[in-house]
Design a protein around this ligand. Structure first.
Ligand SMILES: C[S@@+](CC[C@H](N)C(=O)[O-])C[C@H]1O[C@@H](n2cnc3c(N)ncnc32)[C@H](O)[C@@H]1O
Length: 220
């Protein structure tokens, strides 16, 4: 295969019917100023929040998509993302790819992303989000730590990044840095061991909204 040809292999256990992405897909509803906003280097960029030019497009050797079969796991019957090798504290695990789209709209019918559980803000001020519900990469399988057996807390986080490969803002999954997980001697032992599930905190807002939706549904 020639070097310039696109890859066509999705990772193992990738669901049929959901396109596997190597690069973001851009909604035609994005305005020029929104595109310009996400392509402007943030002045306060933290040097750790970068996807380096050298990072190859997926599938990623860092992670494995795995079906969850443990009945004690709250996402049993779905999939999760697991470390395929030992991951160091603070290490970039995998970029978060999906459809880049306007976050809100006054159009009748909405954006179609309102109900998505895979939608993250890319640039709140510019009203741009990235949704991996209908297309994406491995990062869409990261579960929340709440209720997961033996997981007292998250071991990873979503962070806003600057993707040097495209000159564009993005989101990515990182292992929690040692400073956020432990202090003193314990800090040396953190990171994500090969085989562990990669778990973030979706935030209380996510679960609060979920509860409201369920209660409203149950009342009907
Ligand atoms: C971004 S997806 C994560 C991947 C998902 N497990 C899958 O296989 O597509 C978010 C969805 O995963 C499920 N989920 C993730 N973490 C959970 C948790 N701690 N408890 C219950 N459900 C969870 C919920 O259904 C949530 O809407």
């Amino acid at each position: 295969m020639g070097k310039s040809q696109p890859q066509t292999t999705a990772p193992k256990n990738w669901p049929a019917g959901i396109p596997y992405l190597y690069t973001p897909v851009y909604s035609p509803r994005l305005t020029k100023s929104q595109l310009q906003a996400i392509r402007t280097l943030p002045p306060d960029l933290n040097p750790t929040d970068i996807i380096p030019r050298a990072l190859k497009p997926g599938p990623s050797a860092n992670v494995r998509i795995t079906a969850i079969t443990d009945p004690r796991h709250p996402a049993c019957g779905q999939c999760g993302l697991f470390a395929a090798r030992d991951i160091q504290p603070g290490e970039l695990i995998v970029p978060y790819l999906g459809e880049v789209h306007p976050g809100t709209t006054t159009e009748i019918g909405g954006t179609g992303h309102e109900e998505s559980d895979y939608d993250l803000w890319l640039d709140h001020d510019a009203d741009v989000a990235v949704d991996a519900a209908k297309m994406g990469n491995e990062a869409r399988f990261v579960n929340d730590y709440r209720g997961v057996p033996d997981a007292q807390r998250a071991n990873a986080e979503f962070r806003a990044v600057w993707d040097e490969r495209r000159g564009e803002k993005g989101m990515a999954v990182f292992a929690l840095p040692a400073s956020k997980r432990a202090v003193g001697k314990k800090a040396a032992s953190v990171g994500i061991a090969k085989g562990q599930e990669i778990l973030v905190s979706y935030g209380k807002g996510f679960w609060g909204k979920r509860r409201e939706e369920t209660e409203t549904w149950e009342e009907v």
